[in-house]
Design a binder for this molecule. Structure first.
Ligand code: FAD
Length: 290
């Protein structure tokens, strides 16, 4: 692999990328990975349990993906961590040849009842600075097309924070969303603040109704009423729900491509079927390289 930094890959043209989480069922995951790796993603990212709950499993999957000749991005969350713990984790990634970090604050798992113990760093922007200080990483950050839930609807203040964070980082990947206007408003708001770095839209093909409502509640993403109604009407038919999810994600991806987005990042939920179907609809055949 010659290019090893995500911001360099983004500079070369539109990317296709996937998010995974450290799997519990390794056998099933290896099948999913094999199917999605056939699409030759430009990079793949691996989530991190905010309080460090997946620290080892995230590290192991990131290094396994690198060994499989994929370009991995390790998510790192500063919430509930001491500075020295984060420095140790970043040094370990450097030592293992990992050059891409997604610097996040982190969300408490639902089991933590919505709270995490305080850490040394409060916001993700402070983690971006720490990552820069530790080594020559390419650093991505999260962006929130509908505003982060903590901003209590004050989108302008949220955009100020997002702009300061992206200014310090190399690129952003967005939370999933369903309306292209939300993405465009975010990018325009950042640009108006002088920040024009790549913002890769995150797309989550809906797979199951329970899953999407849970994820939307956590992330603050709005399920448009007409989509909610379509899903409600199909609630008894899992195949139809999946078909709707594929249609909606395909249409969103096509609209985004028409806006010349820097790439498409799929929240795979460690499943392959819907992502493969959307990519096939977009003409992204296995074995292709853009
Ligand atoms: P921040 O950038 O710190 O923002 C959080 C809130 O603080 C925002 O409301 C912001 O406006 C506000 N804020 C920021 N700076 C300031 C400031 N200086 N003063 C006052 N307020 C400020 N979660 C996980 O636990 N593990 C993961 O692996 C993970 N991966 C993700 C990947 C992507 C692509 C995305 C989009 C999200 C991911 N998340 C993950 C979720 C993320 O951790 C949550 O959305 C979290 O609540 C916020 O993270 P952040 O990095 O955007 O935080």
């Amino acid at each position: 692999m010659t290019v090893a930094k995500v911001h360099q890959v983004l500079a070369a043209g539109p990317t296709l990328s996937f998010e995974f989480w450290p799997p519990r069922d390794e056998q099933r995951f290896s099948r999913v990975l094999e199917e999605l790796a056939a699409l030759r993603p430009h990079f793949v990212s691996v989530t991190y349990g905010a309080a460090g709950s997946t620290r080892e499993r995230t590290h192991d999957l990131v290094t396994d993906l690198r060994a499989a000749s994929l370009l991995p991005v390790a998510h790192v969350c500063c919430a509930a961590h001491r500075r020295d713990e984060l420095v140790g984790l970043l040094h370990r990634y450097r030592h293992d040849g990992i050059e891409n970090i997604l610097a996040l604050r982190g969300d408490p798992p639902l089991s933590a009842g919505g709270a995490l113990p305080e850490g040394d760093l409060r916001y993700a922007v402070e983690l971006v600075e720490l990552v820069r200080a530790v080594g020559d990483f390419s650093v991505g950050v999260a962006a929130h097309p509908e505003g982060h839930p903590d901003c209590d609807g004050d989108l302008e203040v949220d955009l100020d924070h997002a702009a300061a964070k992206l200014y310090a980082a190399d690129y952003a990947i967005t939370q999933f969303f369903f309306r292209v206007e939300d993405y465009l408003r975010l990018v325009e708001g950042l640009s108006a603040r002088g920040v024009d770095k790549p913002v890769v839209p995150g797309i989550m093909p809906i797979d199951r109704i329970g899953q999407v409502s849970r994820m939307a509640e956590m992330s603050g993403a709005t399920l448009p009423p007409e989509l909610a109604a379509r899903l409600d009407a199909a609630a008894h038919d899992a195949d139809e729900v999946r078909r709707i999810g594929i249609d909606v994600a395909t249409e969103l991806a096509q609209k985004l491509q028409a806006e010349d987005v820097p790439g498409l990042h799929f929240y795979t939920m460690n499943r392959s079927a819907s992502v493969l179907a959307v990519c096939a609809n977009l003409g992204l055949a296995p074995g292709r390289r853009a």
